[in-house]
Design a binder for this molecule. Structure first.
Ligand code: NAD
Length: 282
């Protein structure tokens, strides 16, 4: 399914209180799905946003335009987050043209399903390379800049904020997706270990762990009424998540309103991690 066929994106309301005013954000995988909604939500909250994309320059430019409509500055930068040289070049360009970074949101990710005995090494590596190594490479660059610059009190209480996009599959095993679940489990302890290490520099590192969100990555799970009904057996709140649900969580977690929150996974999942199979006593 391509972008045109997706349900219309409901734009977040322009906020009168720009809680990220003056901050510079980088959103990886920012041209579609959750990344697109997060990038736009950050822009509405007053941040200048760099929209990273790997392919689809036109889609990335649409996100840039949506952010600019709300009065924030935005630009798109192409880079494959799994490639060290491309990540370095992206940060060099951002530091050059936008001057610095205050918020990194690591969203780029992919899935490649296969039964474990049929999964190729290439399928394993591709998912780990983007979902885990890509988040490490971007976090490393951001921490370097946060440490170099330190806290700027007029901008934020923190020297920098990193939000990793994890998943409920950092705790829920996922048959047929051993590469994806391993990558998200890895993100959980990578995030906590970086948070522990850099907290004294006033750098906050957290994850958002979404449940089922209506995006191109999982169309099979919500596209037909039958699939949607089956999905709802896993969601106590009885609605699918929308990308904007993650956008609002990301704005808050990146803002000074969440200043004492460090090293957590914020589950945004309609209760999917509440073991709904036990709702009637198991
Ligand atoms: P999506 O397919 O719309 O977004 C993934 C984005 O990552 C795309 O824009 C893609 O181009 C980009 N990307 C892929 N490889 C890249 C690379 N090498 N370099 C740079 N960008 C790359 O799907 P989505 O659902 O919006 O997924 C976003 C994130 O949210 C992923 O990390 C995914 O694991 C996570 N997530 C999604 C759900 C869900 O239900 N949709 C649930 C939990 C977690």
């Amino acid at each position: 399914m391509n972008e045109e066929q997706l349900p219309q994106v409901v734009m977040p309301q322009c906020q009168t209180e720009k809680i990220l005013k003056g901050q510079k954000a980088l959103v990886t995988g920012g041209s579609s799905g959750i990344g697109k909604a997060v990038a736009i939500a950050l822009g509405h909250a007053g941040a200048d946003v760099v929209v990273n994309y790997v392919r689809g320059a036109e889609q990335a430019q649409e996100v840039v335009a949506a952010i600019e409509l709300c009065g924030s500055r935005a630009m798109a930068i192409q880079a494959d987050v799994s490639q060290e040289d491309q990540v370095s070049a992206m940060f060099a360009k951002m530091n050059g043209e936008v001057s610095t970074i205050d918020i990194l949101i690591n969203i780029a990710g992919r899935q490649q399903a296969a039964p474990v005995d049929q999964m190729t090494l290439d399928q394993w590596n591709k998912v780990i390379d983007v979902n885990l190594t890509g988040q490490f490479l971007c976090a490393r660059e951001a921490v370097r800049e946060f440490k170099r610059r330190g806290v700027v009190p007029e901008i934020s209480c923190a020297a920098g904020k990193i939000i990793c996009m994890s998943s409920v599959h950092e705790v829920i095993p996922w048959a047929g997706h051993v590469n994806y679940a391993a990558s998200k489990g890895g993100v959980m302890l990578m995030m906590k270990s970086i948070a522990q290490e850099v907290a004294p520099y006033r750098i906050r590192v957290n994850s958002i762990a979404p449940g089922a969100i209506r995006t191109p990555i999982n169309t099979d799970a919500w596209q037909t009424p039958e699939a949607y009904d089956a999905l709802m057996t896993l969601v106590p709140y009885k609605r699918i998540g929308e990308p904007e649900d993650i956008g609002r969580a990301a704005v808050w977690l990146a803002s000074d309103q969440a200043d004492y929150i460090n090293g957590i996974s914020l589950f945004v999942d309609g209760g999917m991690t509440l073991y709904p199979g036990f709702a009637t006593g198991g």
